[in-house]
Design a protein around this ligand. Structure first.
Ligand SMILES: NC(=O)c1ccc[n+]([C@@H]2O[C@H](COP(=O)([O-])OP(=O)(O)OC[C@H]3O[C@@H](n4cnc5c(N)ncnc54)[C@H](O)[C@@H]3O)[C@@H](O)[C@H]2O)c1
Length: 382
């Protein structure tokens, strides 16, 4: 294997800065990246001088991870972290991907499809596999690609991990959807719950392929000692989400900001928990850096469980005049929606020191403030 050579390894060594000071200097109350750095504490120095491969780098979570690395390189790390961020832009935003890397020569944004082996020569220290087709609207449209990124994509990256004997950690982004529509007795849902999932339903391409991705991770860990972990995120939200993929909070925000009725599907009693981005990214990286290989961890915010109807009502507090109505599920929405979704976070709290601190109202305020300044959240015909 070739000796590791970062593209800009000639750059000067910086003095290691204390994390807290850098984050405080950087941050206001709404500085999510500073908040993540502060919460991760000294763990962030594990990225110093290392190479990280990130798949799905143009996606919502991938762009936040990129922003974090950029900030760490600029303000915290003694040696820069090289981030190789790959995406095939099936749903990701190529322009945002490029823009996220701008100004940091250690962040490389590359077009690549993880369903094919990646021709990478350098040693990799961390692999974060966040590529996937995450929104119901898109996985209904691209069911085969959804399966391929979770199965072939995961296999290819695990192979790459196997060939990198110095790899410190591998993180596979699974989903809370692997639990399907859980038995009410299993809500809040612990990692030990095996799920209640249809293999032929309209959500199966997503749920079942994530389940198989987890199986692959487990096999590569058990047979090839790949230091792989699984994270099961429960609905994350935050700045950077497009309203077009119809995830709940951006969609409600778009409707409310444009003075349209917020459509609540069905009777609005179905619940979700929403985890604000700064808590979520902190948790994901805690799984990467502190998790036990071969294990799965729920990451979310159990305190923020709310029925869709109540969520629509909460919008009135952040967007004056917001109103909603109950509507039938549209044809484009996959049937079999879980009625209740709430994580049991005891394992992440105990083993990783994870704790979610941004409540839903505060998170919504931050999200709406960001969306108000976004051109794409403005209705063209208003
Ligand atoms: N955001 C959440 O609330 C949430 C919840 C549960 C699970 N997840 C999982 O976390 C991961 C990241 O989520 P996200 O919200 O950033 O999703 P996203 O859809 O915003 O981003 C995923 C990115 O992966 C890219 N991609 C898809 N297939 C690819 C392939 N074959 N090769 C290269 N790139 C590919 C897409 O173009 C997109 O940019 C996904 O795997 C998703 O399933 C997210």
């Amino acid at each position: 294997m070739k000796k590791k050579k970062t593209p800009h390894s000639a750059s000067k060594k910086k003095t290691k800065k204390p994390v807290r000071k850098a984050a405080m200097r950087a941050g206001s109350r709404f500085d999510d990246t500073a908040e993540i750095i502060r919460k991760l504490g000294k763990d962030v120095h594990r990225f110093s001088g290392k190479t990280v491969l990130l798949s799905g780098g143009a996606g919502f979570l991938g762009r936040h991870i990129t922003a974090l690395v950029k900030r760490l390189n600029a303000e915290v790390l003694s040696e820069p972290c090289t981030l190789i961020s790959v995406d095939n832009f099936i749903t990701g935003d190529a322009k945002a991907h490029r823009a996220g890397a701008a100004g940091d020569p250690h962040i490389l944004h590359v077009w690549a499809d993880v369903t094919h082996p990646l021709p990478l020569r350098q040693d990799i220290d961390f692999i974060i596999h966040a590529a996937g087709v995450a929104s119901p609207v898109y996985y209904m449209k691209h069911p085969i690609e959804t399966i391929e990124s979770a199965v072939h994509g995961t296999r290819n990256l695990l192979e790459l991990a196997r060939k990198n004997p110095k790899l410190e950690s591998f993180l596979f982004f699974s989903s809370s959807e692997i639990y399907g529509d859980p038995d009410p007795k299993a809500v809040p849902t612990p990692e030990t719950y095996h799920g209640y999932v249809s293999s032929v339903g309209p959500r199966a391409c997503y749920d079942e392929s994530k389940r198989l991705g987890e199986t692959l991770v487990t096999i590569y860990h058990d047979r090839h000692q790949v230091p792989a972990k699984i994270v099961r995120p429960f609905n994350v939200f935050g700045p950077g989400m497009g309203h077009n993929d119809r995830r709940v909070i951006p969609m409600f925000t778009y409707q409310a900001l444009n003075k349209r009725e917020i459509p609540v599907h069905g009777d609005g009693h179905q619940t979700r928990t929403f985890c604000y981005i700064s808590d979520a990214i902190t948790g994901f990286l805690q799984v990467l850096l502190r998790g036990t290989s071969g294990h799965a961890y729920n990451i979310g915010n159990a305190e923020n469980e709310i029925a869709m109807r109540e969520l629509a009502e909460l919008f009135r507090k952040v967007v004056p005049g917001a109103r909603h109505s109950l509507i039938d599920y549209p044809d484009t929405y996959p049937a079999g929606e879980p009625q209740r979704r709430c994580p049991d976070l005891a394992k992440a709290e105990k083993d990783l020191g994870y704790s979610a601190t941004v409540d839903l109202h505060e998170g919504l305020k931050r999200f709406v403030e960001w969306a108000k300044a976004e051109e794409s959240y403005r209705d063209a015909v208003r």
